[in-house]
Design a protein around this ligand. Sequence first.
Ligand SMILES: CC(=O)N[C@@H]([C@@H](O)[C@H](O)[C@H](O)CO)[C@@H](O)CC(=O)C(=O)O
Length: 305
Amino acid sequence: MKSYNLEAFKGIIIALYSSYDAEGNIDKEAARKLARHYASTGVKGLYVGGSSGEGMLQSVEERKQMLEAVIAEVGDELTIIAHVGAPSTRDSVELAVHAELVGAHAVSAVPAIYYRLSPDSVESHWQAIIDSTSLPFIIYHIPQTTGFQLSKSLLVKMAAQDKVIGVKISAESTFELQQFKAAGGNDFLVLNGPDEQYLAGRSIGADGGIGGTYGVMPELFLKVEQCYGQGDMAEAQKWQFIINDLIVELLSFPSLYGACKAILSLRGFETGQPRMPLLPIEASDQDRVKALNNRILDYILEAKG
Ligand SMILES: CC(=O)N[C@@H]([C@@H](O)[C@H](O)[C@H](O)CO)[C@@H](O)CC(=O)C(=O)O
């Protein structure tokens, strides 16, 4: 039995977009406003500084600022997972120590990026992060961006530690998800990454999910979760299919993050442009963004019944 409360990590966790001002600097007030809004939706928590949060494109100081803003606003209400993955172990450890100091509930990290690393190297990287705090740790498995394929044997070795409470799987294979769940055991969390497969992931063993598109439609993922919890698979599937149509449209813009940020802006939450090299939305895309936002809002109304 893990000594941590795993229930706090089960459910819908939004991979938070970072908030920037017009100059592209972290906008703490805007981040707090968005976090406050999410706390009112019923989601379980926020994943700060991950892929959607552009942590890899920010300085260590900026990442600290984002996390501090979010925790100051909703740290007592939501589960806050700080993604501390960075190209160097040194920066990751600094971020982890800071995350514990300011009150995060868990830390999480991808393998160190850029260098093609051996499993031993990745293990040492994660271990240094794990040893630097008393917080639980969630492995972030996203091989399509890191190039690192987590083996079942390394997962099992890591999961044997009390502090390693789970893995967030952004790989698209639900078979791998199921295999990781079986390998980690019931006392080990598996969190679904691909939002398009939330229901598939849940059905095959995921305990919840962490996703970026949740940020523009948390209510729809909560609806899937509610229907799934009630055993109404037909209704859960209906909502997952609606979500998937919306995601296909979101992915048709120059950048997914740009589209989601533009939608948030239409709703009064200014998060700025995605940071280069991620592309912003063009002025010529605005009408299409507005139409998509209206569609999502209509579905949210329907989901709330
Ligand atoms: C590859 C990727 O970025 N996957 C996203 C999904 O939320 C993804 O944006 C969504 O499924 C749309 O394809 C998440 O798994 C990543 C995530 O949660 C994060 O932002 O850290």
